[in-house]
Design a protein around this ligand. Structure first.
Ligand code: GAL
Length: 359
């Protein structure tokens, strides 16, 4: 591991009285001892953490969890790319100039990983990517690259399972959630960012899961809302105008968009306590199931309050543990295969999703 720490040097003394020189010498000695004890020799490794957008609530929490896990173990510096790959490339170049020991990167554009791996390889600085999965051929460019994430297929299957159970579990006999009783579920899908592995795979796989279970979904619309709460809120206005009472289900690629949809729906009179029993639930008129993914704190609160039906926990706490533990192992020469979450095939650490509803 390289060390960037410069121990202070003593300066010139000039023509000074003896007692001043003695006092100064003692001072310098004390300073040198303090500096040595404070880390001249035991400095925490310097790690630069890059993330695509600190305004994304899932990523915001994820970054906090990485910082908490790293406290006292890694000297972390965070860089928010504010959704610009150009800015992130500049941030990475700037950080590499200071010779960090390791990079942790949530790329803005997963295709941007190619350049990042090549830059890091040139400097000999290992890279752990997370959440936005680089192409496998880019990770294969260098042995010192890793990816920590979750399998998007799994989240879609859990989402489909929550919905299938809610609708009674039998495709030939949907229960009262099929409000028009036509045997098909009229559905709106809110999709994340185009080209993001989670948006593409969650959307395709949730449809496949219903098909496999022989449940008929009648897709009214698939709306891209870029993971974003306010985009989903705005789109929902047009969608409700176009499809209104037909809508029986909203499947969202993440919680933020699900919460945006719910806000708009509440404004339009959905999710009100129409039977006056003091609770918001399926017994009220115009309550329709909305299902997200991530397990944001606010999503959990809205599940408890009866607005959101369910979510699938995208376990950033465990991923943060896996990232920091892997970083430390790489920097101390510990074999990553011995970690709680060891890399598969030497590169990938996969963390399981978990379904979450009130039940
Ligand atoms: C997904 C997450 C989204 C969004 C995205 C950003 O895994 O479900 O809410 O944060 O990552 O890359």
């Amino acid at each position: 591991m390289r060390s960037r720490y410069q121990c202070p040097r003593s300066g010139k003394t000039g023509q000074l009285p003896i007692k001043w020189i003695t006092a100064a010498a003692i001072g310098v000695l004390v300073l040198v001892l303090v500096v040595a004890a404070a880390g001249c020799t035991s400095e925490a490794p310097e790690v630069a953490l890059f993330y695509y957008n600190g305004e994304d609530p899932y990523i915001h929490t994820f970054v906090e969890q990485i910082k908490e896990r790293a406290a006292g173990r890694l000297a972390l510096t965070g860089y928010d790319a504010r959704n610009s790959q150009t800015l992130q490339n500049e941030q990475i170049d700037g950080a590499l100039a200071d010779a960090p020991d390791l990079l942790i990167v949530n790329p803005v554009d997963r295709l941007g990983a190619y350049t990042i791996v090549n830059r890091a390889r040139k400097e000999g600085v290992p890279v752990i990517f997370f959440n936005r999965e680089p192409l496998s051929e880019d990770l294969e460019l260098w042995s010192q690259t890793y990816y920590v994430g979750a399998r998007a297929e799994q989240s879609a299957r859990f989402q489909a399972r929550l919905i299938i159970d809610l609708f009674g579990g039998d495709p030939a006999k949907l229960n009262a959630y099929d409000t028009d009783g036509d045997g098909a579920i009229q559905t709106i899908i809110l999709k994340g960012e185009q080209g993001h592995q989670d948006a593409e795979i969650r959307t395709a796989e949730v449809l496949r899961a219903f098909e496999t279970a022989q449940f008929e979904l009648d897709i009214l619309a698939i709306e891209v809302s870029n993971w974003d709460r306010s985009e989903a809120y705005n789109r929902m206005e047009e969608l409700l105008e176009a499809f209104g009472e037909q809508v029986e289900l909203i499947i969202s690629n993440n919680d933020a968009m699900a919460l945006g949809a719910i806000s708009r729906m509440r404004q339009e009179g959905y999710f009100a306590d129409t039977n006056g029993d003091g609770a918001i639930d399926a017994a009220d008129e115009r309550w329709i199931p909305v299902v997200g993914i991530d397990g944001l704190d606010e999503a959990v609160r809205q599940i408890e309050d009866g607005y959101l039906y369910g979510t699938v926990k995208n376990d950033s706490l465990r991923m943060a543990e896996a990232i920091v533990d892997l970083a430390e192992a790489l920097l101390t020469g510990t074999d990553p295969a011995e970690l709680t979450f060891p890399p598969e095939d030497g590169t990938y650490i996969w963390i399981d999703y978990q379904p979450f509803t009130l039940e």
